[in-house]
Ligand binder design. Structure first.
Ligand code: SF4
Ligand code: SF4
Length: 282
């Protein structure tokens, strides 16, 4: 195990603030002289591999349990449909239930409710985990299949692999999904330090506040990264940082070079990312 192993979360309450840009650029900087694993846990819309120009290889499929019916045992009582909170079952007394598997989250309520044991478990393929490597960065990413409602199983599968592999690295960087739902919490749970990426807009401020409340409750060491710092009123973020007594570890102004990096599939290299690296190395 690496003695200095540190897990870093790059997160943000709001999508589109530049989390992936920061995560990939920090991975690139740290990998110049360290063993780095970058994990893209934004499974609804993974794009770190695109920003780094990584060709991904398939590692494993992710399955979710779903119910299946034995209509020979079904008494057509209609109870399974009544307990399904996602409306995945249409059941009318006197008729066989109709199941819409795309709406099922695998909660199991119908299986427990059935008085005839007519429902058992099957599974559906809901996503994939991939790996790759470039710029001395080892890379993992999870991806939820389009139309699937529950990202949690894909994130959990990815987290399992991160747990197994983390001890082989000096730094593990987890680019989380936006928001504060369970998969984000599960990813942040593993982190020693968290950077919340935001932008200077009222929506950015609002969503940053939500994420800072979360990382505060979780007791995580947190820094703020103010991206596109010159596009709005950065004072609103400075004030919020003061209220939470948290540092703004770096401000990244909007720049044409950063846009060019996106277009070319290359990590951004600016002195601002080195400011984040210095906080990580402390
Ligand atoms: S497992 Fe849950 S979500 Fe799926 S059909 Fe049954 S009750 Fe509905
Ligand atoms: S609860 Fe069981 S018995 Fe009743 S309709 Fe559903 S499957 Fe059939």
């Amino acid at each position: 195990m690496s003695v200095k192993m540190k897990i870093i979360g790059i997160t943000g309450g709001k999508g589109g603030t530049g989390k992936s840009t920061v995560a990939t650029a920090l991975a690139y900087e740290l990998a110049k002289d360290n063993k780095v694993l970058l994990a893209d846990a934004d499974v609804d819309c993974p794009n770190d591999h695109l920003l780094l120009g990584i060709e991904r290889e398939h590692v494993r499929k992710v399955w979710q349990r779903i119910p299946k019916w034995d209509f020979g045992k079904c008494s057509k009582c209609g109870r399974c449909g009544k307990v399904c909170k996602t409306n995945a079952i249409i059941s009318i007394e006197g008729r066989n239930p109709i199941f819409m598997k795309s709406q099922c989250n695998g909660c199991g309520a119908c299986v427990f409710e059935c008085p005839e044991n007519a429902i058992s478990w099957d599974k559906k393929d809901i996503g994939d985990v991939y790996k790759g490597s470039k710029y001395n960065i080892d890379f993992l990413s999870g991806e939820l299949k389009s139309g699937e409602p529950v990202s949690e199983f894909v994130v959990n599968s990815l987290n399992e692999i991160i747990h197994e592999r983390a001890p082989d690295y000096d730094y593990v960087i987890i680019d989380t999904a936006a928001g504060t739902h369970c998969p984000v919490i599960a990813a942040l749970e593993m982190c020693d330090i968290v950077f919340a990426v935001t932008e200077p807009t009222p929506l950015g401020r609002h969503d940053l506040e939500v994420i800072l409340l979360l990382t505060g409750k979780m007791g995580k060491k947190t820094g703020i990264v103010l991206n596109r710092s010159d596009i709005g009123n950065s004072e609103i973020i400075v004030k919020l940082a003061e209220e939470f007594a948290l540092p703004i570890v770096c401000e990244i102004p909007y720049s044409k070079e950063i846009v060019d990096s996106y277009v070319k599939g290359k990590p951004i290299t600016t002195e601002h990312i080195i400011e984040i690296k210095e906080v990580v190395l402390e």
